[in-house]
Design a protein around this ligand. Structure first.
Ligand SMILES: NC(=O)CC[C@H](N)C(=O)O
Length: 342
């Protein structure tokens, strides 16, 4: 349990509600809480890590992509990047892992940033209530995927991004993560991409079905190649937390330029909350209280608007395809700190 209040009295300059810092130790003060109630991110990370460790032995590593099945199920890392530019980490927070569906957040961000709002005529914004790779809704809903964060929706968004970038969808995503994280060495893991392509019958079925309804512009083969490639980007908790800051900064990039309007950033965060963790989005909102995007590589990137982006990673997944350890860690983080959107 965290000590809620430090023993000695410290001073916090600035108006109430602003991000104030303790003049004695520099720690951030919690808005609306007693003045000497610090946000000690490192301490919170340690408590979240302990919560994640208690889930050991629960869940299963994704094995439908054979290259992912080799990852240590007990690995765990977590990073927090703040809008002030500080980064905190715990466990294996600098260990690259396969970002998988966390890339769905990045493709949507880039499509909207490049004026591709017409994508909303081709994909919905409602929770699916179905597994991330489900085919059933597509049949009754005429090839219009429920939302951009299930596989079917991400295939359509990737198709739109591919057109907007002149045929470089995955490269655009990689470039974006490299720039925002400040890590030029990030790369697509070709083995993971090839492994997924080889075993990707379900995604191929989804893409062909969407195409049969006239909802793909580029060929199925091209779109799937790009989709597998951006899913196979290997990045660490640190890299993803720093990339997620774009949404915590209400649309501003690391260099201060505007990528998304404030309203677009709000809308992406809203869809993240309602759809980012598939048919467990309700449970995630209940436990964590933050917009977040998961991937079957075990990463979850969560956004604390105006304050920070947090990435937790543990490869063992629950039945919905969300990391057991990452959900537990984010749950502990927001429960202990009160730092949620609610
Ligand atoms: N939920 C996920 O992370 C799924 C992504 C994975 N590349 C797939 O298409 O199945």
């Amino acid at each position: 349990m965290l000590p809620a209040v430090a023993a000695d009295v410290r001073r916090f300059p600035g108006p109430p509600g602003a991000n104030r810092r303790c003049t004695a130790c520099g720690a951030l003060a919690l808005a609306g809480r007693p003045e000497n109630d610090h946000v000690d991110y490192q301490e919170l990370l340690d408590a979240a890590t302990a919560a994640a460790r208690r889930t050991r032995g629960t869940g299963h590593v994704a094995d439908y992509i054979p290259a992912l099945a080799r990852v240590d199920p007990d690995a765990f890392g977590m990073a927090i990047a703040t809008v002030e530019g500080d980064v905190y980490g715990a466990g294996e927070w600098e260990q690259p892992f396969s970002i998988q569906s966390v890339s769905k957040l990045l493709t949507l961000t880039l499509v909207l940033a490049q004026g591709g709002d017409d994508v909303w005529q081709r994909v919905g914004r409602e929770p699916s209530g179905n597994p991330f790779n489900s085919l059933v809704q597509l049949e009754t809903e005429h090839g219009i995927p429920r939302n951009p964060f299930i596989n079917a929706g991400a295939v359509v968004v990737t198709d739109r991004l591919h057109s907007l970038t002149g045929g470089h969808a995955a490269e655009a995503v990689l470039d974006f993560v490299r720039t925002e994280s400040g890590n030029p060495d990030l790369a697509i893991d070709p083995e993971v991409a090839a492994s997924e392509a080889e075993h990707g019958h379900r995604n191929a079925a989804l893409a062909h079905f969407i195409a049969s309804h006239g909802n793909l512009v580029n060929s199925v083969e091209t779109v799937l190649t790009e989709y597998y490639a951006h899913c196979a980007i290997a990045a660490s908790c640190r890299d993803l937390a720093q990339t997620g800051l774009v949404l915590a900064r209400h649309g501003l990039r690391v260099d201060g330029s505007r990528l998304l309007s404030r309203s677009e950033a709000k809308r992406i965060n809203a869809i993240l909350l309602t759809c980012g963790t598939y048919d467990a989005a309700g449970e995630f909102a209940y436990r964590v209280g933050l917009p977040g995007k998961s991937g079957v590589g075990g990463g979850i990137l969560a956004i604390l608007p105006g304050q920070a982006a947090i990435c937790a990673w543990g490869p063992a997944l629950d039945p919905a395809g969300n990391s057991v350890a990452a959900v537990a860690a984010l749950d502990a983080f927001t429960t202990l700190s009160g730092l949620s959107i609610f």
